[in-house]
Design a protein around this ligand. Structure first.
Ligand SMILES: Nc1ncnc2c1ncn2[C@@H]1O[C@H](COP(=O)(O)OP(=O)(O)OP(=O)(O)O)[C@@H](O)[C@H]1O
Ligand SMILES: [Mg+2]
Length: 240
């Protein structure tokens, strides 16, 4: 199959990017795909929540021309840890296309970039390397603003025919429809971005516990609500 490369971005912190990136990776590995999570976060949360060593050589080494061994989290599920080396000068001065160049030839069906909050040059490396993007927001207005900034950048890149994703969707994260703010979010996004698909990931304790216990989602609870929602996200990625 054509390699699918998905950036998970939000600009805002704490909206569920890593939960979605790692949960989606676990779902797709469970479907028989070879999946690599590239952790672009100096906090190295993706490697941590997948139960691997967050301080092992990882994304910064890959970007520096080395060949770090991805860490195995489950059958078909691998991760390259982030880490503090990602904020070094040598990474900051890379061209935004440098990650795209090194990732394309890697032998994985699916590559998922877990982007960090705030650090735009790292987020851009992931977005430019991706062929689709999930822009995450929860119902908080500041999160919606952060997502808006990413969406703006995505459409500008496409307009200017720059390298990067040709399609994207909004991931409504941690949604609990008993909350009025959460109820209003879908309508608000539908009005602001009528042409962009919206995918809902409901609030689910299993998603939080899988991360806290450092167990890939499908090994933690394959039938949970979060896994069902992420299966729909996988379907969008594979079939549009
Ligand atoms: N759908 C969900 N249901 C329940 N808890 C969730 C869900 N999504 C995320 N969480 C919880 O919210 C917190 C933040 O999630 P996460 O670390 O995935 O966010 P993030 O956007 O990656 O944060 P950062 O910006 O620091 O990288 C975590 O405690 C996580 O377990
Ligand atoms: Mg994160």
């Amino acid at each position: 199959m054509t390699q699918q490369r998905i950036a998970i971005a939000a600009r805002k912190g704490g909206v569920g990017k890593t939960t979605i990136a790692c949960g989606l990776a676990s779902v797709m590995a469970n479907q028989g795909k070879q999946v690599l999570v590239i952790d672009l976060d100096p906090q190295s949360n993706a490697a941590y929540v997948l139960g691997t060593n967050p301080t092992a050589p990882g994304t910064a080494n890959l970007l520096s021309g080395e060949s770090p061994e991805p860490l195995k989290a489950a059958p078909g599920l691998y991760v390259l840890p982030g880490g503090s080396d990602l904020v070094g000068y040598s990474i900051q001065s890379l061209d935004p296309e440098d990650l795209a160049d090194v990732v394309k030839p890697l032998p994985y069906d699916v590559v998922i970039f877990d982007c960090p909050p705030g650090v735009e040059y790292l987020e851009r490396l992931g977005v430019v390397a991706a062929n689709s993007t999930l822009v995450c927001t929860d119902a908080h207005p500041l999160a919606v603003m952060g997502a808006g900034r990413v969406l703006n950048e995505l459409s500008l890149r496409k307009q200017k025919e720059r390298r990067g994703p040709q399609r994207w969707a909004i991931a409504l994260s941690r949604i609990d429809l008993r909350r009025s703010m959460d109820q209003a979010l879908d309508k608000q996004l539908a009005e602001a971005y009528p042409d962009i698909p919206r995918l809902m990931i409901r609030q689910d304790a299993s998603l939080a516990w899988a991360s806290a216990e450092r167990i890939p989602l499908m090994d933690y609870e394959a039938s949970c609500r979060g896994a069902k929602d992420l299966e729909k996200v996988a379907e969008w990625i594979l079939n549009g």
